[in-house]
Design a binder for this molecule. Structure first.
Ligand code: F6P
Length: 325
């Protein structure tokens, strides 16, 4: 049986829809197991500056449906230093905190990994990022909501594009990952999808635009912001050089992709993983992220969870190609 009595939960890095559902699940599961539960505001920054407060069942009431994070989030410069992490540890000790649940993405787990190495406080990670760029889970909390936001926006763009016979280049989020672009791209029937994991092949893209012109009034190209083509405006420039007669527009979807009420998929994922995270701490797990693969719980060490870069299901790109006719 575990010695853990006091746990704290925090969110860090870019926010993601479903983070609140995860916080709620962690707090209530902690209380269910008679633990004292604390919240830390603004991620590692709040740890360094002692922005730590007790939470109860009521403090997470009516938040499952809310986007963003009630605990707020930040990227902390001080926590990157040995002194900052030492201060954070002292603050946790002051409150008697002996277990942590970190909700975030690769930056969050890089920090957690270092912190665990230096201070050996048990930490369990929950994958919370719209980018879906972590190893050890099929989907991250927030990804499903984000791609559905993209779909809703691009469907609207398609209406106007179709009416004007236009080509649209739509930029979606994904600094290092094309997973939002790829899945949303298939869902909106995009003619081309450009992602950071695959070098852009301009000649193939131009051929496809030319070929599809016969069958369609509008064409939509989805570009992940981190693509090597340099973003939507750069792509539009290249297309314009080759096809000056195209009526083109660019649309950058931006941070609307990070907000909004989480979908059912994200709420259930967050709830399941939140419960699992606390139970994992009590079972003695530490330094690992909990995820779901084929609906089964999987534990992945932080240093492995952050190694997503470059892995993409190329079959999804092939589907874009085949269905773009
Ligand atoms: O949450 C991940 C992410 O959406 C990336 O895809 C994007 O590049 C980044 O966050 C932007 O975050 P911010 O505007 O907070 O720096």
């Amino acid at each position: 049986m575990s010695n853990i009595k006091n746990i704290a939960v925090f969110t860090s890095g870019g926010d993601a829809p479903g983070m609140n559902a995860a916080i709620r699940a962690v707090v209530r599961t902690g209380l269910y197991y008679n633990l004292n539960v604390f919240g830390i505001r603004k991620g590692y920054d709040g740890m360094v500056h002692d922005d730590i407060f007790p939470m109860d069942a009521k403090s997470v009431a009516n938040i499952i449906q809310r986007g963003g994070t009630i605990l707020k989030t930040a990227r902390s410069e001080e926590f990157r230093t040995v002194e900052g992490r030492k201060q954070a540890y002292e603050n946790l000790k002051k409150h008697g905190i002996d277990g942590l649940v970190a909700i975030g993405g690769d930056g969050t787990f890089t920090g957690a990994s270092k912190f665990f190495e230096e201070h050996q406080i048990p930490i369990i990670g929950l994958p919370g990022t719209i980018d879906n760029d972590l190893v050890g889970t099929d989907f991250t909390i927030g990804y499903d909501t984000a791609i559905n936001t993209v779909i809703e926006a691009v469907d609207k763009i398609r209406d106007t594009a179709e009416s004007h016979d236009r080509v649209f280049v739509v930029e979606v989020m994904g600094r290092d990952s094309g997973l939002i672009a790829l899945r949303a791209g298939i869902s909106v029937g995009a003619e081309c999808v450009l992602i950071p994991e695959i070098k852009v092949d301009y000649s193939a893209m131009m051929d496809r635009l030319d070929r599809t012109r016969k069958n369609k009034a509008s064409r939509v190209i989805i570009v992940a912001e981190g693509d090597d083509a340099g973003g939507a405006f750069a792509v539009a420039e290249r297309i314009k050089e080759r096809f000056p007669h195209y009526d083109m527009r660019v649309s950058i979807l931006g941070h609307i992709q990070r907000g909004g009420s989480p979908t059912c998929m994200d709420r259930v994922l967050a709830s399941r993983l939140g419960v699992t995270a606390v139970e994992a701490l009590l079972k003695g797990h530490q330094g690992e992220m909990v995820g779901l693969i084929h609906s089964d719980v999987v534990y992945t060490p932080f240093n492995k969870a952050i190694k997503h870069l470059g892995t993409i299901n190329e079959d999804l790109l092939r589907i874009v190609d085949i269905l773009s006719l």
